[in-house]
Design a protein around this ligand. Structure first.
Ligand code: ZN
Length: 245
C-alpha cells in the first residue's frame, strides 16, 4: 500500500491497542506523530511504556521509524481530578474495587479527541487515530463507533478542517487485534507488544504471562489474555505463533 502523504496523529497510551494503531498508521502515513494524556494516573507505568514502545518500534522497524515524528504529552490533570472529587458517587467507587481505573471519568475519549484535533490543527495532521473498539470492550459508551462518528462531525464543524477519526480496531475482537499485529509486523511486533506494552488497570508489571505483563484478573488483563489465547488457538485469520518466554 502506498503511504498517504498526509500525516496522522495517533492517540498513544503505550497499551496494546494503541501500539497496534501506531504500527497501522506507520504503514499508511508518511508522517506520524503520537499524543499521550497525563490525567493524573495512579501509576505512571503506561507513560513509561509508551517511551519504550516508540523507541523499540523505531529500532526494530527502521523504515517505519523514519516516519515516526515527535511525541506530545498533554497534561489534563484537571480532567482526571473530577474522578477524585466528591462528585464521585459511591456506585463509581464500587466500580473501582472491581478493577476499573481509579481516575476513570466518563467521556474521556471525547476530551482526548478534542485535544488531539487542536494539536493536529497546529501540526498539520488531519487524521486522528485511536484504538477504541466496541467489539470486545468494557462497555464505555465513548468507545462506540456512533459516538466517534458524531464527534468527528462536531470537530469538522468546529474547526472547518476535514478531520478524520480512524479507529482500525472498532470492529475487531481482541483475538483479531493480535492477528492484525501479526499481519503488520509478524512475530517481531507481537513480541514487542507482549514485552513492552501495558494494559493492566492495576499497573502490575511483576507477573509475566504468555500475553504479557499484568495482574491477570482485572477486566483489561482478562480481555487481553482471552484474546491472545483465542488467537493462539487459530480461531481467527492470521497465523498463530507460539511465543517463547
Ligand atoms: Zn490487570
Amino acid at each position: 500500500m502506498t503511504a498517504n502523504a498526509s500525516g496522522a496523529l495517533v492517540l498513544f497510551s503505550g497499551g496494546q491497542d494503541s501500539t497496534v494503531c501506531l504500527a497501522y498508521a506507520l504503514e499508511r502515513y508518511e508522517c506520524v506523530e503520537t499524543v499521550g494524556f497525563d490525567y493524573g494516573q495512579r501509576h505512571g507505568v503506561e507513560l513509561e511504556c509508551r517511551k519504550r514502545v516508540r523507541s523499540e518500534i523505531a529500532r526494530r522497524f527502521p523504515a517505519r521509524g523514519e516516519r515516526l515524528g515527535p511525541d506530545h504529552m498533554i497534561d489534563i490533570a484537571s480532567f482526571g481530578a473530577i474522578g477524585d472529587t466528591a462528585l464521585t458517587s459511591d456506585a463509581e467507587i464500587e466500580m473501582l474495587a472491581s478493577g476499573l481505573p481509579s481516575t476513570f471519568v466518563p467521556g474521556r475519549n471525547l476530551v482526548f479527541f478534542v485535544y488531539a484535533a487542536a494539536l493536529g490543527y497546529r501540526r498539520g495532521l488531519t487524521t486522528l487515530v485511536g484504538g477504541m473498539c466496541e467489539t470486545d470492550y468494557s462497555g464505555y459508551p465513548d468507545c462506540r463507533d456512533a459516538t466517534l462518528r458524531a464527534l468527528e462531525q462536531a470537530i469538522r464543524l468546529g474547526t472547518e478542517i476535514p478531520f478524520e477519526i480512524e479507529t482500525p480496531l472498532m470492529w475487531r475482537t481482541k483475538a483479531e487485534t493480535w492477528a492484525l499485529a501479526h499481519e503488520l509486523g509478524g512475530d517481531t511486533l507481537v513480541g514487542l507488544i507482549v514485552e513492552e506494552t501495558h494494559t493492566c488497570y492495576r499497573g502490575e508489571r511483576g507477573l509475566r504471562h504468555d500475553w504479557g505483563y499484568g495482574c491477570g484478573t482485572c477486566p483489561a488483563c482478562e480481555l487481553r489474555a482471552r484474546g491472545f489465547a483465542e488467537w493462539q488457538e487459530g480461531g481467527t485469520e492470521g497465523k498463530p505463533h507460539r511465543q517463547s518466554g
